[in-house]
Design a protein around this ligand. Structure first.
Ligand SMILES: [Fe+2]
Ligand SMILES: [Zn+2]
Length: 391
């Protein structure tokens, strides 16, 4: 058995951000606004809220859509931008001071990058399936059936799916763009936020202008695929993401400790280049309560990266990366989150059906219960047999 004490329970965003749903699912405050307007006490269930997904916002667009049901008439009749501004100001007023400062700083940080970073390959900032994806991936998805999707998937171990995903030309362009970003960071002496608490190198793609492209990638591809492969998480859609690049090799990160991701589903695609080592080792899916529990032999699986090939797994699937011993390895990582899954999880009292340890404990309890019933029946039978017959 491996010692799991090294597992870090949760890797945070570059900005140390807490999971978004904690903000999203708070009941909207019954509050006075700057103009003295008050939010409704109860939501307007007949209202069809606007979609805020294309706007640059400090909070999840889903939160704006749900908060809109509480807006007073006067605000409801204004434009979408005015409604968004009104709700943003309100949310900022009611978020804790530290969170407000973090949001403001992150916004300024992104604005600074967007105003001074010159893009190398402008064409990769908007999703073009025909040039981004491998033909097999496009073909499988065009069939719009579970069978078509599964035809390109390998599942080498429970809950781990691998498939050919990215076109080599797109990988080359993204690699060049990442090098261009790193050069800009070095030349401009900009201090950048790294992708998470474990990686010291790499860039957050969302901070460099890739947010809408990655959102489309999640909405149109990863979310529908995940609904088929991980129905326990994605009965509803994945509605937020954190997209970043990690780099391993000489003068970069070497390995990555044993951990779980802050995601419902993680996509990991190797972009290149030439390298040896860097295998990902997987050790079973766990809920929060069992994240450090022991490994079952059947849960052990090691994966070797192949450029262009993707691996899709639950964020709670415990994993780590072995040392990249030579060359330079660059991977695109997309953490996909579901606010509704996180909300539902808060109400879950019973064992989760997807955690390996929950399943084991549940099976053990069932066995004990069956055994106890059996013993009780045997005892009753023996007592009956020992009583003298009434005849
Ligand atoms: Fe990870
Ligand atoms: Zn569990």
């Amino acid at each position: 058995m491996c010692n799991l004490t090294r597992l870090r329970s949760m890797a945070l965003d570059s900005s140390g951000k807490q999971p978004e749903q904690q903000q999203q699912q708070q009941p909207p405050p019954r509050a006075s606004t700057e103009a003295g307007l008050k939010l409704r006490k109860t939501p307007n269930e007949e209202l069809e809220p606007d979609n805020y997904e294309d706007l640059q916002l400090d909070f999840s667009p889903v939160l704006f859509s749900s908060l809109e049901r509480y807006l007073p008439e006067q605000v409801l009749n204004s434009t979408r931008n005015d409604k968004a501004r009104f709700m943003r100001n309100l949310l900022l007023r009611y978020s804790p001071e530290t969170e407000r400062i973090r949001i403001q700083r992150h916004r300024e940080y992104r604005e600074k990058i967007l105003s001074s970073y010159q893009r190398l390959h402008v064409e990769i900032y908007s999703l073009d399936p025909a040039s981004f994806f491998a033909p097999s991936f496009l073909n499988a998805l065009s069939q719009k059936s579970e069978q078509g999707l599964r035809s390109i998937m390998s599942q080498p171990s429970a809950g781990i799916f691998t498939f050919e995903m990215l076109n080599p030309r797109f990988c080359e362009m993204l690699l060049a763009e990442v090098e261009h970003m790193e050069k800009w960071v070095y030349d401009s002496r900009t201090t950048i936020m790294r992708p998470n608490t474990l990686n010291k190198f790499g860039v957050v793609l969302d901070d460099f202008g890739f947010e809408s492209m990655l959102k489309k990638l999640v909405d149109d591809f990863i979310s529908p695929i995940s609904q088929v492969l991980f129905p326990e998480v994605c009965g509803t859609a994945l509605d937020s993401h954190h997209g970043f690049i990690v780099e391993y090799g000489k003068d970069r990160d070497t390995e990555l400790g044993f951990h779980v991701d802050d995601s419902e589903v993680s996509l990991n695609v190797c972009l290149g280049k030439i390298f040896s080592g860097g295998d990902v080792y997987f050790r079973g899916v766990r809920c929060d309560n069992h994240v450090n529990s022991e490994i079952n032999d059947k849960e052990m699986y090691d994966y070797s990266h192949v450029p262009g090939q993707a691996i899709l797994h639950r964020g709670r699937h415990r994993h780590g990366a072995r040392a990249t011993v030579s060359g330079h390895r660059v991977n695109l990582i997309l953490w996909c989150r579901s606010s509704s899954f996180r909300e539902m999880k808060n109400y879950q009292k019973d064992f989760s059906g997807w955690c390996g340890e929950c399943r084991r404990v549940k099976t053990d309890r069932q066995k004990l219960s069956i055994e106890a019933t059996k013993q009780a029946l045997i005892k009753i039978g023996a007592e009956k047999a020992s009583k003298p017959s009434a005849d």
